[in-house]
Ligand binder design. Sequence first.
Ligand code: HEM
Length: 353
Amino acid sequence: MIAFVAPPSPVWFFARSAGFISLVLLTISVSLGIVVSLRRRSRTWPLFVTDDLHRYATLVFFVFLGLHIVTVLLDPFTKLPLSDVLVPFLSPYRRIWMGLGILAAELALALAVSGWVRRYLGYRVFRILHYATYAILPLALVHGLATGSDTKTGWGLAVYVGCVLCVGGLIVVRLGENAPSWRPIRSPALAAGAVGIAVLILWVANGPLASDWVRASGTPESLLTPAPTPAPPSPLPTVGLAQPFVDSVTGTVATSSSTEFSASGSAQGTVALTWALHVLTTQDQSVGGTLDVKKGGALICSATVSRLTEQGFVASCTPANATGSITFLLSLQQGSSGVSGQLQVSGGSNAGG
Ligand code: HEM
């Protein structure tokens, strides 16, 4: 779930893919609608096949449109509220261009509903309403070109060009039909189409493909300004040791048996330290335990005692503020008033102290 909310999230990629799939399906649906109206059929390809495909493509288009809208809503980057997605031109996020997409979606939904209640509307009203389909694709096209993040990619542009060529080509075929009712509008429609495409190309070149389009398209300033980089966490208080050095140590013994030894005390000389040793010996004479070393009351590290040599206990650790490990060699002699000896410190590269 965490992977679905960190911007830019997979949801955003999903939203964009669903947008493109919706556009392609819309193009297929509109194209098949035009093919149906052309009444082209053959013995191997009856008209009802085209008609069924047209309905099916429309249905799948709505499924992907739904996914597109839901994923846009879920995306944590734009954080669009439901009202901004339902009401055209309400969203501060690329207001106009998002608005055109919402308008296209709602128009498509209204036409689908009109299809379901066709028998109550009558065929003539339904046909007239159905011409509004021709507005959905341009609206969706301009919406995708202007809001989309992939408009500047070669494949993105190729999809848009493909959609325009497919539907545009079929409209030309449709207008080229010899139906007498088409003749008066043929030339004005072709001229309007040509002007429309020229305007579209000019707008795309100077708008969505221009370098400042992200800002010009109406992306809220809050989304453009990157969030301030969080300051690096302040370093842990440096408990440094100037190394290597040898201090003399004194201390008292708390436990001393054949299997356990613990003592604590202080070290004086180069650096004033306190130490606490607790070791256990096993039957095979191996030694394990810890040597806590503190400076000014702050723990430098809790070193792991790895062995007992003739020189003393060997322990090492890597303090949080050091780049290397520190090795301690603690040699102790037991006297009447406690222990005394030496603490050798070597290795590591932390700040001197
Ligand atoms: C017929 C209806 C629609 C179609 C065909 C459609 C198609 C598209 C396409 C092709 C893109 C470009 C994606 C990209 O460049 O990666 C896009 C982007 C977008 N659409 Fe839609 N859309 C439609 C309706 C809607 C609606 C109703 C909303 C409202 C939630 C919406 C919100 C968005 C947003 C926010 C983006 C920008 C995504 C990005 O940054 O790339 N669209 N749409």
